[in-house]
Design a protein around this ligand. Structure first.
Ligand code: CU
Length: 391
């Protein structure tokens, strides 16, 4: 009995166990500004902050990051009229903490409950509400959860490959009809999304957000946490120069890393991917969204910007100027303002030289009406490359 007592005291110390408290709220009064400027209602989770008079939820819900061996206490305070839960998708939790209402518990209006789990495996996970999941998750009640390989947080897992940059990309979609008709959505198998988002942003919202762009120097290795919580499948197409390798899936190490420029994620899947480019890239990762109900037709495409500077300096350190393009996206006319006479090189998606224009000092109007829809790169000697979208 005495020996058992000693073991129990030292057990937490041996596992580097730390207690991490997280408090979330759930609400059903979010407003999301879509790519087309439509204010759309959504439901979700937000950080619990009682000092704020109007606590807000976000789309996606907050990114939760823990360390290996953390003892996590995830408290949910429900401020909305319907019951919600937190399902920790892919994590090794006990049944009572699994967030499936019929086998654990639900959190009612103005009530609180705490989900407890041990962070046993480093990796990329999801969480979402599991009350009538086909509706509550589609309404926006989801987020990404990441466990880092503490104390070697620069390694994917113990004795695994290292990285020095980290990015998080959660794909989801939104079917406006459901979000505007929550009392009569469905039928649930006929989901035809209007928006295909990464971290709650689509199209130019995503591409223009500098925090979403991958910025690396040659020699860097970036870990991409990628998850898909939408109804659609998503296909990531990496530039071949990025040397993408898929190392982990669903919080487990793959038996053999997969060296591939494409990665398809079906709903609920998540992967850990390393990029180790050896050369300059100015381009993007293409993310195609496919409707699984409608024979996997590609229904939307997003672009994640990727800049790798071969000089070993970040783009921000570079003294070169950007080319200013307006409007962007465009369909017929592209304006470029220049202080000098320049040859402008336009490259297409495959990186092939597509067109050369000569521009003069002042405002230049380029006719792009014959260009196919998609993303293009513009380069000129002495300038940083810029991107524009034809839509
Ligand atoms: Cu819910």
């Amino acid at each position: 009995m005495k020996q058992l007592f000693i073991v129990m005291i030292f057990l937490p110390l041996l596992g580097n166990s730390q207690i991490k408290d997280t408090k979330l709220i759930s609400k059903m009064d979010g407003t999301f500004l879509s790519e087309d400027g439509i204010y759309t209602p959504f439901w979700g989770f937000g950080e619990f902050n009682p000092t704020l008079p109007n606590q807000r939820i976000s789309l996606p819900s907050p990114l939760l990051i823990y360390d290996l061996n953390d003892s996590v206490y995830l408290k949910l305070h429900n401020l909305s009229p319907e019951m919600h839960t937190i399902h920790l998708h892919g994590l090794d939790v006990t049944q009572i903490n699994d967030g499936v209402p019929s086998t654990s518990f639900g959190v009612l209006f103005n009530d609180s409950a705490t989900y407890k789990f041990k962070a046993k495996h480093p990796g990329t996970y999801l969480y979402h509400c599991h009350v009538q999941t086909n509706l509550h998750a589609a309404m926006g009640m989801y987020g990404m959860l990441v466990i880092r390989n503490y104390p070697d947080t620069n390694l994917l897992y113990n004795n695994g490959p290292s990285f020095n940059k980290e990015y998080f990309y959660l794909s989801s979609d939104m079917y406006l009809y459901w979000n505007f008709n929550v009392t009569s959505p469905g039928p649930f198998h006929m989901y035809e999304a209007d928006y295909f988002m990464i971290n709650g942003k689509a199209g130019s919202q995503l591409f223009d957000d500098t925090t979403q762009i991958i910025n690396m120097s040659a020699g860097d290795t970036a870990l991409l946490h990628i998850g898909n919580v939408g109804y659609n499948s998503v296909e990531y197409v990496f530039p071949s120069e990025a040397n993408a390798v898929i190392h982990m899936s669903d919080g487990r190490v793959l038996p053999n890393p997969i060296d591939s420029d494409t990665l398809i994620l079906y709903p609920g899947e998540r992967y850990s991917v390393l990029l180790s480019p050896a050369q300059f890239i100015q381009g993007h990762i293409t993310v195609n969204s496919a409707n699984l109900y409608n024979t996997e037709t590609i229904v939307g495409t997003n672009y994640i910007g990727i800049n790798i500077d071969s000089l070993g300096q970040g783009m921000e350190d570079n003294k070169l100027a950007y080319l200013n393009l307006y409007p962007n996206p465009t369909s017929t006319n592209l304006q470029i303002q220049s202080k000098e006479t320049l040859d402008i090189y336009i490259y297409n998606l495959e990186g092939k030289l597509f067109e050369i224009f000569s521009i003069k000092p002042g405002i230049n109007n380029l006719d792009v009406s014959t260009f196919a829809k998609g993303l293009y790169m513009v380069g000129a000697i002495g300038y940083l490359p810029a991107k524009f979208i034809i839509e």
